[in-house]
Design a protein around this ligand. Structure first.
Ligand code: ATP
Ligand code: MG
Length: 889
């Protein structure tokens, strides 16, 4: 059975059991502050378990792209060394939201594995939760009773809380699980040792393939458990491991999920994959694994960067590059060459990669080029460090950390190179430095949340009324306090709200909540921001004394947003849509949105494009947007459009966005701009008034950013610029053409500058002639003697002083000169000596000038025949010259 067939059979099987098959959510988790990447199939359904929304069906199944490289699940360091943990993998899952429970889940799992996939029954083991006295949770008798007739008691394993009790987080839904393990060893090995003894023992051929979670409890903040009113099933099966079991392989990498990519790596490196434990085999596994994680993450909208999720992707990519570099001798970009094979392989399962394959390949290539350069620099620095060790044999941990932290030069690579040179690294010291940094960054991110105080039931979802009205009466559903860097804040949830919660780049609304109880108003709270947590809209208000009483006493709330701020936001958001289409028109259809910021002050739009947007292109885009503004196109807003219909309308669908089955479509002229969007917009483009760019730049490889202002913001911008021009005009005495006037001023300035230089030159020449008259002949000890000139002069610059000394030397043979000048309040000295004094008398202009400079509180130096000095006390010039006369006498 090929991997394609295996995946299809899974979905068909659960379709036949009345499950709705849904698409995978993107790898990057959206609207969930606790999660960076989707790391399990259930992540996209969290809300349904928490009761914050209604699922599209009570039974759902899918294959979900998962990434386990951060947070609670981090398998990164195992990947490549073992044969069954990946960074990115597919998790096949089936769910019951308050519908079927353990019986069906267990029976169907068994039926699928043994009837459809024909896995041998005697090679399967299952685990059930053994109970935990400390936590007051009982043994899962129900699951045990269901499994016993199927697998027999001797193939049931009792699992502890760590392996067999699942919790969503510190609080929330939880329950026992039942895992299914498979033994893939040879009959000889099985005869030697029963598989049961190897379950959960990290044996590469006795692995867990499926985990069935039965959610039946809710954990409260005080740690206690209460039964959930609606019980759920959440299962997750590792697709690659399942393929290994069905295709009877010893490793996930031997299945057809990976063999295509491994073939290409073999071709590129000229080495053969031996499926062993040698480092070149590890490297091939690392590369075959990481290229998936990186490619799919980029296709889902991430780009490698220096922060957050982008940084995680960068690290994964770099890990692969470095294994290739160190163990396969791949010193030119190679990861980028694996993209096409992968894109083809998944074209029908996850089409987002194939659709953006050139973009993905280019981003990876640029990243590779720059990291390979870093590797080069790091290697150079390391050579230097090793040279400086002077016989010591251990590279200090601090140094290893610094290489890692500032050059991105990984510790194990340092260790490897050190080993090659007969050295080692201080591993403990490195770990300590790393740990210290982790503690530092954890401190920065710390925040904690209290329990929700529930006030009224929420029937369904929070209703958003803000598309149509800026104000609304509402009920408080619940609130809680959170501690974060800003101190204590209170999060309030209403049953309906006009407040737009930050999402899709548009920032959250601010405004007020007026609280009413009985017949009167009891207080007003200021909403500082509005955010989304999964499907909940959270109003963030300042904490104040008595706020608990206010919130619990209030029977209703009048929620009102800041409307002028919202109007600016709407203008910026609609302008972003017009901008998107204009960019595609001017730059080409490769332009895809990569991120945006829509605030009251400005808008920012990031998009894929590989070169700088020229001034001419920007001007053209701006012209088109403003033309669309003036056309005053009415907003066409369609809510609850089925996704297929939206695509037919030509909506610019964004890969990496998680859409429900029904979407909102925003159109400004069906032939110009059609987008899927949840944001708030102007009713007619004319409301945007004016659109002005304020900046263009690069965000990361292949992604550009433009910034702009609209409406009042644009007006202010234009007014400021015009004010500058008008001030200039005033200064220039109202010329007809300001630019010409400024140009004329600059021309005039340079002419004058030249004239001044000419005059100064002339003056220096005159001075020189005068000085020639003052040259004295010094007849020392009856010898042939030398000439001497010691004078205070009036010159405009130190350069002129130097020039003067040289000119004099050229005119008079065997001349010794000391010149002093006060140049704009600063004393300056120049000393020039003839050979006769340098050789004959062993004098040195540098030393002479240093000696003389003491008189002017300064210092200087130069060559033996010419030196200069500056000082801070002009009153000492005469003394300096007198001393000079003495010395050269
Ligand atoms: P393991 O103990 O093997 O790491 P787990 O307990 O972390 O597995 P679950 O969180 O229960 O796994 O995930 C459900 C299924 O997903 C597992 O049964 C397994 O088949 C698969 N799985 C988990 N982690 C990975 C991974 N890193 N790579 C590939 N498949 C995985
Ligand atoms: Mg795990």
């Amino acid at each position: 059975m090929t991997s394609h067939e295996i995946r299809r059979h899974f979905l068909d099987f659960f379709r036949s059991k009345e499950h709705l098959i849904v698409a995978s959510a993107p790898l990057v988790a959206k609207n969930d502050p606790t999660l960076m990447f989707n790391n399990s199939g259930m992540a996209q359904f969290k809300d349904f378990f928490l009761g914050n929304g209604t699922p599209p069906s009570k039974r759902v199944a899918d294959t979900q792209k998962c990434l386990r490289v951060s947070g609670k699940h981090n398998d990164l360091e195992d990947v490549g060394f073992d044969t069954y943990h990946h960074t990115m993998f597919e998790m096949l899952g089936n769910w019951s939201f308050g519908d079927y429970f353990k019986k069906e889940a267990i029976h169907w799992a068994w039926e699928l594995l043994t009837d459809v996939y024909k896995l041998p029954k005697d090679r399967l083991y299952v685990s059930v939760f053994q109970g935990d006295d400390k936590d007051n949770v009982p043994f899962d008798q129900e699951a045990f009773d269901l499994w016993k007739p199927i697998v027999g008691e001797d193939r049931i394993i009792y699992g502890n809380k760590k392996d067999n009790f699942w919790e969503m987080g510190d609080t929330g839904p939880c329950g026992p699980c039942s895992e299914i393990h498979v033994d893939l060893r040879s009959p000889e090995e099985v005869a030697e040792k029963p598989g049961k003894e190897l379950v959960n023992a990290d044996h590469p051929q006795v692995v867990e393939i499926w985990n069935l979670v039965f959610m039946q409890f809710n954990r409260k903040a005080d740690g206690s458990l209460e039964p959930l009113p609606a019980r759920h099933v959440d299962t997750g099966m590792g697709f690659e491991r399942l393929c290994m079991a069905i295709q009877q392989k010893k490793s996930n990498y031997d299945t057809d999920v990976f063999s295509g990519t491994i073939n290409v790596i073999e071709e590129l490196s000229g080495k053969k994959y031996e499926a062993g434990t040698g480092m070149s085999d590890v490297a091939m596994r690392v590369i075959a694994d990481h290229i998936r994680a990186v490619s799919f993450a980029i296709a889902d909208g991430l780009v490698p960067s220096n922060a957050k999720a982008g940084y995680v992707i960068r690290r994964i990519l770099r890990r692969a590059i470095r294994y290739g570099y160190s163990y396969l001798n791949l010193t030119e970009p190679f990861m980028t060459k694996l993209v096409p094979t992968l894109a083809m392989q998944f074209a029908d399962v996850f089409p987002e990669l194939n659709a953006q394959r050139d973009f993905v390949a280019t981003v990876i290539r640029e990243e590779e080029i720059s990291f390979l350069r870093t590797l080069g620099t790091g290697l150079g620095r390391l050579d230097q460090i090793i040279g400086d060790l002077k016989g010591k044999e251990v590279i200090p941990g601090e140094t290893v950390f610094e290489l890692n932290d500032t050059f991105g030069f990984p510790a194990d690579l340092t260790a490897l190179i050190a080993r090659e040179k007969g050295l080692s690294i201080d591993e403990t010291g490195f770990q300590t430095a790393l740990q210290e940094q982790k503690v530092r960054s954890r401190k920065d991110a710390q925040s904690s949340a209290g329990d929700w105080i529930e006030l009224t039931e929420l029937d369904n979802k929070v209703e958003f009324v803000g598309y149509d009205q800026p104000e609304s009466y509402a009920q408080i559903v619940k609130y809680r306090k959170i501690q974060n860097k800003q101190g204590t804040q209170v999060q309030v949830v209403l049953d309906k709200t006009p407040f737009y919660a930050e999402s899709g780049g548009q920032i959250g609304d601010t405004g007020t909540l007026r609280l009413f109880a009985g017949s009167g108003e009891i207080g007003t709270l200021t909403v500082l921001d509005t955010k989304k947590e999964n499907d909940l809209t959270i109003h963030i208000v300042e904490n104040s004394t008595g706020i608990d009483e206010l919130l619990t006493e209030a029977d209703s709330v009048y929620a009102a947003i800041n409307t002028s701020r919202r109007a600016q936001i709407a203008s910026n958001h609609s302008a972003t849509h017009l901008l998107h289409s204009a960019l595609r028109e001017v730059l080409g259809n490769h332009v895809a949105q990569k991120g945006s910021y829509v605030g009251p002050d400005a808008l920012r739009f990031d998009f894929s494009h590989f070169s700088k947007v020229t001034d001419e292109q920007l001007a053209e885009v701006e012209r088109i947007v403003n033309e669309k503004v003036r056309e005053d196109i009415p907003l066409d807003e369609k809510r609850n459009v089925p996704i297929d219909q939206a695509k037919q309308l030509g909506a610019t669908a964004l890969f990496g966005e998680k859409y429900g089955d029904f979407v909102r479509v925003i159109t400004f002229d069906p032939s110009y701009s059609v987008e899927l969007c949840g944001g708030t917009h102007v009713y007619r483009t004319g409301h945007i008034g004016l659109f002005k760019f304020t900046g263009e730049g690069s965000v990361s490889t292949g992604v550009r950013r433009v910034e702009a202002k609209t409406a009042l913001g644009a007006e202010t911008l234009v007014n400021e610029q015009m004010a500058v021009v008008s001030e200039l005009k005033d200064l220039l005495k109202a010329p007809k053409d300001v630019v010409k006037a400024v140009q004329a001023l600059m021309d005039e300035r340079s002419t004058l500058q030249k004239q001044i230089e000419g005059l100064q030159n002339e003056k220096v020449q005159q001075l020189k002639n005068q000085l020639l008259d003052k040259v004295e002949l010094v007849n020392r000890n009856g010898g042939s003697g030398h000439s001497r000139l010691v004078e205070k002069v009036d010159v405009p610059s130190a350069d002129a002083l130097k020039q003067l000394a040289y000119d004099l030397k050229a005119k008079v043979d065997n001349l010794a000169v000391v010149l002093g000048a006060d140049i704009n309040g600063k004393p300056q000295l120049a000393v020039m000596l003839p050979d006769s004094l340098i050789q004959g008398k062993n004098l040195n202009a540098g030393q002479v000038v240093k000696e003389l400079a003491k008189n002017i509180k300064g210092g200087g130096g130069g060559q033996p025949f010419f030196a200069t000095a500056g000082g801070s006390d002009s009153s000492g010039l005469d003394a300096a010259l007198a001393q000079g006369k003495e010395l050269l006498g």
